[in-house]
Design a protein around this ligand. Structure first.
Ligand SMILES: [Mg+2]
Length: 416
C-alpha cells in the first residue's frame, strides 16, 4: 500500500467541473429571459417533466435536480422555468473538451460538464508553474473560450481532485474561489476536515452503518485500527475505506477518444427470408448495440442497417434523428423502419444483418432527458419510460448475464 507524504512520483490530477452547467448555458442561450432570472429552473417545460438543474437562488427554496417540475413549481412559484437548451449544452461541452485538449496532454470526459486532466510530467513543459497556477490559467482560458465558469480541483489522485473541486465552487455563502489544489503531502490534513458523507460512494445507507459504529468523520475513521475496521466491515470494504479516508485512489485518468461508431453484425448459417426472422434479428442486434452505447455513456444520432444478400452484394441505409438517443425502443424503431425500406427495394435472401450507431456524443445524462420533446410529433423520440426500461434491463443483464432476461418478443426465437 502506498504511503501518504511520499514526495516522489506524485501525480498531478485536475478535475474541471462547470459551475451550475445547465443553468449557465440556459442563461447564455436566452440572455434576455433566463439570463435575467435569478430564480431559474432548467428542465421540464411542462408539468410532466423533471428538473435538470436549478440556480442557487432556486435551490434555496428546496428545488433539486430530478424533482418533478410540478413539485418545483409548488415550492417556488416565482421561479422562471425554461427547457434544457440541449444543443447548446452539447456544443459547450464539446468546446470545453476541445479547449482542455489544447492545455493538457490527457483529458478524460467524466460527464457532460466534468473533465479529468492528468498533468503529471508537464512540470518542465510549463516551466515549473505550480499546479494551482496551472489550474487558474486553465479556468481563465475556459471562461474566455466558452463563456462558462468552471471550477477546478487538484491533487495527487482523482478522489482528491474531485473533493477539492467541490470545495472550489464559488457558491454563495462559501469562500470557494474557483480553484483549489491540495499540495503534494497535504492530502491527510485536507481529508481530516471532511465528513464521511462528503466522500463519493458513501451513500446514506453506508453512512448509517458507519455511524452505528461511531464513525461520522474521516478523523473518526483514521483513529480506528485497520483490524477493527476489518472486523466491522470485512476485508474488502475496510481496505477501500482505509484508502478513501487518506485520499488514496490509484485509478488513472485515461484519454478517451470516443468511438466513431458502434455496431453488431450477424452472419446467418442459413440465409434468412421471412419478415419475422429478419425483424427478430434486427431486434436482437438493436438491443445489443444500444446496450453497448449506454455502457460507454454515449448517445447516438444516426442508426444504420446493413444488409448483405446471398449474392454478397451489400447495402446500407441510415437515418439521422433530430436528437441523440440511447434507449432500446427508439434504436429499434429506427432500425425496423430502415429494414422495411430495404425490403421495399429488394426481397431476396439475406446472409448478414448489421445495426450500427454513429454520430456519437456524450449526451446529458439524467432522468429528464427528452421530456421537453414529448409534444413534438415524431415517433422516434426517447421518453423517460424508454430510458428507465433500458436502465432496468441493463441492471438485470449485468446481474444475470445476457441470457438472463429477454423481452417477450424474443422468447419464441430459435436462438435462445
Ligand atoms: Mg458541474
Amino acid at each position: 500500500m502506498h504511503e501518504i507524504g511520499e514526495p516522489t512520483h506524485k501525480r498531478r490530477i485536475l478535475l474541471a467541473d462547470a459551475d451550475a452547467f445547465y443553468v449557465a448555458v440556459a442563461r447564455l442561450a436566452d440572455p434576455e429571459g433566463a439570463g435575467k432570472a435569478k430564480i431559474l429552473v432548467v428542465g421540464g417545460s411542462s408539468n410532466r417533466g423533471v428538473v435538470t438543474s436549478a440556480s442557487y437562488e432556486a435551490r434555496a427554496y428546496g428545488v433539486r435536480s430530478a424533482m418533478p417540475t410540478a413539485t418545483a413549481r409548488r415550492l417556488c412559484p416565482e421561479a422562471v422555468f425554461v427547457p434544457v437548451p440541449r444543443q447548446l449544452c452539447s456544443e459547450k461541452s464539446r468546446m470545453i473538451l476541445e479547449t482542455l485538449r489544447d492545455l493538457s496532454p490527457v483529458v478524460e470526459p467524466a460527464s457532460i460538464d466534468e473533465f479529468y486532466l492528468d498533468l503529471t510530467g508537464t512540470e518542465r513543459l510549463f516551466q515549473g508553474e505550480d499546479l494551482t497556477a496551472t489550474a487558474r490559467r486553465i479556468r481563465k482560458t475556459l471562461k474566455n473560450q466558452t463563456g462558462l465558469s468552471v471550477s477546478i480541483g487538484g491533487g495527487s489522485s482523482r478522489l482528491i481532485a474531485k473533493l477539492a473541486a467541490k470545495q472550489a465552487k464559488p457558491r454563495p455563502g462559501t469562500d470557494g474561489k474557483g480553484v483549489l489544489v491540495v499540495a503534494a503531502g497535504e492530502e491527510l490534513p485536507f481529508m481530516e476536515r471532511l465528513k464521511l458523507a462528503d466522500l463519493p460512494m458513501i451513500g446514506p445507507q453506508f453512512q448509517e452503518r458507519l455511524a452505528s459504529h461511531g464513525l461520522k468523520t474521516v478523523q473518526d475513521t483514521l483513529a480506528v485500527e485497520q483490524s477493527r475496521l476489518q472486523q466491522l466491515f470485512g476485508k474488502k470494504t475496510a481496505a477501500w475505506l482505509h484508502d478513501r479516508v487518506r485520499g488514496l485512489d490509484s485509478a488513472s485518468v485515461t484519454a478517451s477518444s470516443p468511438a466513431r461508431s458502434l455496431s453488431h453484425e450477424e452472419t446467418f448459417s442459413v440465409d434468412l427470408q421471412s419478415e419475422q426472422d429478419l425483424q427478430r434479428e434486427v431486434l436482437d442486434l438493436s438491443y445489443r448495440v444500444a446496450a453497448d452505447l449506454r455502457t460507454k455513456g454515449l448517445k447516438a444520432r444516426t442508426v444504420t442497417v446493413k444488409i448483405r444478400y446471398a449474392d454478397f452484394s451489400t447495402r446500407q441505409k441510415s437515418q439521422t434523428l433530430k436528437v441523440p438517443i440511447s434507449a432500446d425502443r427508439p434504436v429499434l424503431a429506427t432500425a425496423l423502419d430502415l429494414l422495411r425500406k430495404h425490403r421495399k427495394q429488394r426481397r431476396s435472401p439475406i446472409r448478414l444483418l448489421g445495426v450500427a450507431l454513429s454520430q456519437l456524443s456524450r449526451g446529458p445524462s439524467g432522468p429528464d432527458q427528452l421530456s421537453i420533446f414529448h409534444d413534438e410529433v415524431d415517433a422516434i423520440m426517447e421518453s423517460d419510460q424508454d430510458r428507465t426500461l433500458s436502465e432496468v434491463i441493463d441492471k438485470l443483464t449485468g446481474r444475470f448475464g445476457k441470457k438472463g432476461i429477454r423481452r417477450a418478443s424474443q422468447l419464441d426465437s430459435k436462438r435462445y
